[in-house]
Design a protein around this ligand. Structure first.
Ligand code: UN1
Length: 496
């Protein structure tokens, strides 16, 4: 399969792009390994997908939700059966270690199962009328064609967060995966059809940012759900805003762990290693700041942290001894390296990593050493901008209050964590931290899919939408209130 040419899947049919062009995608751990060639789609391909989706929507929206759920249950079963294969492909496509790729495929399964359960709920509301023999109910209804634009760092789980709530609610979808990780999305769509999804309900078209923009601009696409950068998010939001189109945005983060003086140090150390360097720091939830309360153990703790970071095994994720994979591309690695150089110029002290790893087995990939900077001041670029790499900035503070203030001192608001054994301060922090996700004694990554979970951020991280839980339904449904008057006479609200 790897190295093949992959066609667009338009409503269940494999199609060449009208452009006659394709692009190539290579393994970031080994730039000689071709993952595949993918169609470089244009507006004509999009028109075709929209045409087919429009027809499919007419039937799918009226299919009973429990029947729609059967497709998701089946897709979860197929994904489970193929878990190892899908994870191996995901590792080669993104570079993330196999253990993490297996976790990501599990997240797809969990998401499908959770939203399949919604097939027998999709609850609305019932209320009391002010009049006799009259009832009021509010239901959720589908909206239409949903344009799903996803990022390269979670090319299976994040599309599933969008696909599952969209389909269970009775919508049809067109997915545009990132050109930097297109294959995993292709396999998601293929498996939905294997699970019995009716033709036309889902399409995947490969392409670049211009295609995403065309989706946002298309009048027949009624919802846009985007996971990507804040810059792109603002652009998409402007296009959708002008058209009054529903738009869900999940954008950047500048996440922090606050460590108070009474933190459990062993737990903190493990949490930092996982939060900052897991997935090579390429999660929108990655821990990029450690806000450390000054205490007598800081110096020895930082020494332990350096030692542990230097001991992390870096390399091809298919080799299970490796804990950290490559960055996604050569350009991205340059960008990360430039952030570190500028931080040093700004006065930060580089105490670990800070360089590309290019020797031996690593020479064909875009590996970067786990990096730690100290003496970081809250106003420095490195303390404020999203780096999206294995770079941790340590900011020392004097008090709990100062720690909270600095944790909140960013334009982003996705994930913030606190390590302390003081229950009162832990609980106070959950009130005061300005982020969509907060963790107590756990790092900033690792959100789950489930009823009470809601993935998304405050401030420039998004526009209030949520994924991965029940609230995701708000993106893919519109409410309808139905008044039932069985009094057999004209009743005047507010007057009778
Ligand atoms: C992302 O990086 O866009 O919470 C998603 C987490 C993962 C999802 C990350 N479950 O870290």
């Amino acid at each position: 399969m790897l190295g093949n040419s992959f066609l667009n899947n338009i409503g269940g049919e494999l199609k060449l792009s009208f452009s006659g062009e394709e692009f190539e995608k290579y393994n970031p751990a080994d730039q000689n390994q071709l993952i595949g060639k993918f169609q470089k789609s244009n507006i004509e391909d999009l028109e075709e997908a929209v045409k087919i989706a429009k027809i499919a929507f007419k039937t799918w929206k009226n299919t009973p939700a429990p029947q729609r759920a059967e497709i998701l249950y089946k897709a979860a079963e197929i994904t489970s059966a193929e878990k190892n294969k899908l994870a191996e492909i995901l590792t080669q496509e993104t570079g993330k270690p196999l253990i993490e790729a297996l976790g990501e495929i599990q997240e797809v399964i969990d998401t499908y199962l959770f939203f399949a359960g919604e097939g027998r709920r999709l609850y609305g509301m019932t209320g009391q009328s002010e009049l006799y023999n009259k009832s009021i109910i509010t239901i959720r209804q589908p909206i239409g064609i949903c344009g799903l634009i996803s990022a390269w760092n979670f090319p299976s789980a994040v599309p599933s967060w969008k696909i599952a709530p969209a389909l269970i609610s009775g919508n049809v979808i067109i997915l545009k995966p990132s050109e930097k990780a297109p294959l995993s999305g292709y396999l998601l769509i293929e498996n939905l059809y294997k699970a019995g999804l009716p033709k036309g309900c889902a399409s995947i078209i490969f392409g670049y940012g211009d295609l995403g923009q065309a989706m946002a601009e298309h009048d027949d696409i009624k919802v846009i759900s985007l996971t990507g950068s804040t810059t792109i998010g603002k652009k998409v939001s402007e296009i959708c805003g002008a058209k009054l189109k529903k738009c869900a945005l999940e954008l950047g983060g500048k996440n922090a762990i606050v460590a108070l003086e009474d933190a459990n140090q062993a737990l903190l150390l493990e949490g930092i290693l996982w939060g900052a360097f897991g997935t090579a720091g390429q999660r929108c939830t990655s821990t990029s700041r450690l806000i450390l309360q000054k205490s007598d153990w800081n110096k020895s703790f930082i020494e332990k942290l350096i030692k542990a970071a230097n001991n992390l095994k870096i390399g091809n994720g298919l080799n299970q001894v490796n804990q950290i994979g490559p960055l996604i591309s050569a350009e991205h690695r340059e960008k990360v390296n430039d952030f570190v150089s500028r931080a040093v110029k700004d006065g930060a002290k580089l105490i670990c990593g800070g360089q590309k790893l290019e020797s031996g087995d690593l020479k064909n990939g875009y590996f970067y050493a786990p990096t730690i900077l100290t003496d970081v001041k809250p106003e420095m670029e490195i303390a404020k901008q999203e780096v999206f790499g294995p770079v941790l900035s340590i900011i020392e503070v004097n008090s709990f209050e100062e720690a909270i203030e600095i944790a909140n001192n960013t334009d982003y608001g996705l994930s913030l964590a606190i390590y302390t054994q003081n229950i009162n301060l832990a609980m106070q922090s959950t009130n005061q931290l300005e982020a969509g996700l907060t963790y107590i004694n756990a790092p900033t990554i690792g959100a789950e899919c489930g009823g009470a979970s809601a993935f998304g951020g405050w401030k420039n991280t998004g526009n209030g939408s949520r994924e991965g839980g029940i609230l995701a339904l708000d993106t893919y449904t519109q409410y309808k209130t139905i008044y039932l008057d069985y009094s057999e006479k004209l009743q005047k609200a507010q007057i009778d």
